[in-house]
Design a protein around this ligand. Structure first.
Ligand code: B12
Ligand code: SF4
Ligand code: SF4
Length: 305
């Protein structure tokens, strides 16, 4: 029988260290905030954020029979640290190994196949990052953690270095209790952000190094010169300074998240890289997303800093 216990066992078996359950509801308040965030231009050039708002609000538009959302978290902190090497740019830890989408999709497919074998009436559609689902909102509803002032989801026992997957399903469960907010008076993330992208519980992607080095298709504005703290792809500052990560970060059990030699990239090597070499080196890495053109732009920006 499909119940909380079985799902929790399977989640662990397939590498998800966090699991929680929420009942399907309309996300009217959250999508109103999302709309406002977009209307103020905070999504920068991420036009895809404007699409499918109706599905984000009502996930029954994705699965008519939806009753619950199973939220899952997969840890990716390998325990390794950045090294400070002159002439090298730092890569965000989420991109040190294999692209998390590939790893999580594979495990989710296997998990859903197993659930369908146990009960052929089980319906489940999963999303990780891409897709018309507000991953963080469901993770909070399912009790995986609270949304911190740095806007990431933080778990009191394990920090925030985990990716989120959500399975929309037709089955009912006992539902989780959302976590309290444990940010308190802390504002370490806000004070540490070198580009002032954060206000409590609010991010302006136009100023976020993660956006500027990954999603951004254009140039990097000169206003950020000298402020990148050597990040060439993504940024971990607002999570690295968070006391919940400093004290409680749980290390990943997935060897593919360990560094594949991509923790720091040599700027000279990036600037002289040919497309064939780029494609080969980053074939299964999240770094592929910026394309060679974007990575070279980032390296050039760091060399003028
Ligand atoms: C767009 C996007 C980005 C953008 C915008 C970041 C953001 N905070 O949204 C950019 C490119 C900057 C980005 C960066 C990163 N991302 Co990203 N990103 C997404 C994506 C695709 C959509 C998120 C979204 O809807 N944003 C829109 C805004 C409106 O959402 P929001 O900031 O959460 O806004 C809410 C709050 O402001 C809240 N709110 C408003 N007022 C108040 C008041 C209070 C008191 C509270 C509590 C809340 C609150 O309401 C809003 C709506 O719910 C999700 C995947 C997905 N499909 O959901 C991944 C996702 C959020 N990213 C993720 C990751 C890992 C990252 C990076 C760490 C990668 C990196 N190292 O470079 C950074 C972190 C930067 C940061 N500080 O957030 C993970 C986060 C996992 C986690 N544990 O939280 C996700 C969930 C992907 C995944 N499936 O694992 N990302
Ligand atoms: S990821 Fe970096 S730039 Fe973006 S909000 Fe966090 S500290 Fe600021
Ligand atoms: S650094 Fe402090 S304020 Fe920021 S998310 Fe962590 S606990 Fe919250």
């Amino acid at each position: 029988m499909i119940n909380n216990k079985l799902i929790s066992e399977l989640a662990l078996k397939y590498g998800f260290g966090l699991v929680g359950f929420s009942s399907v509801t309309l996300l009217s308040k959250e999508t109103a905030r999302l709309k406002e965030w977009i209307e103020c231009g905070n999504h920068a050039g991420m036009d895809y954020m404007e699409r499918n708002l109706e599905k984000k609000e009502n996930i029954k538009e994705i699965l008519r029979s939806a009753e619950s959302v199973i939220s899952l978290g997969m840890f990716y902190d390998s325990g390794e640290k950045h090294e400070y090497k002159p002439g090298f740019g730092k890569v965000s830890r989420y991109a040190w190994g294999t692209d998390y989408h590939f790893i999580m999709w594979e495990h989710l497919e296997e998990m859903i196949d197993e659930l369908k074998e146990i009960d052929s009436s089980f319906e489940g559609i999963f999303y990780v990052d891409t897709g018309p689902v507000m991953d963080k909102v469901w993770a909070v509803k399912s009790g995986l953690g609270w949304q911190g002032k740095n806007t990431n989801i933080i778990n009191k026992e394990s920090g925030s270095f985990f990716f989120i997957a959500n399975i929309i399903t037709n089955k009912k469960f006992e539902y989780s209790v959302p976590s309290a907010d444990y940010c308190g008076t802390c504002r370490a993330c806000i004070d540490a952000c070198p580009t002032n992208a954060l206000n409590p519980y609010h991010i302006d992607a136009r100023k976020c190094i993660s956006y500027l080095t990954i999603e951004n298709k254009g140039e990097i504005s000169k206003e950020f010169t000298g402020k990148f703290e050597n990040w060439i792809f993504g940024c971990d500052i607002c999570q690295d300074v968070c006391p919940w990560n400093e004290k409680f970060s749980v290390f990943t059990s997935e060897p593919k998240f360990h560094s594949a030699g991509n923790k720091e990239l040599e700027l000279k090597q990036v600037l002289n890289m040919e497309n064939d070499k780029f494609k080969k080196k980053f074939e299964v890495s999240p770094i592929k997303r910026s394309k060679l053109k974007g990575l070279i732009r980032n390296a050039e920006f760091l060399t003028i800093e």
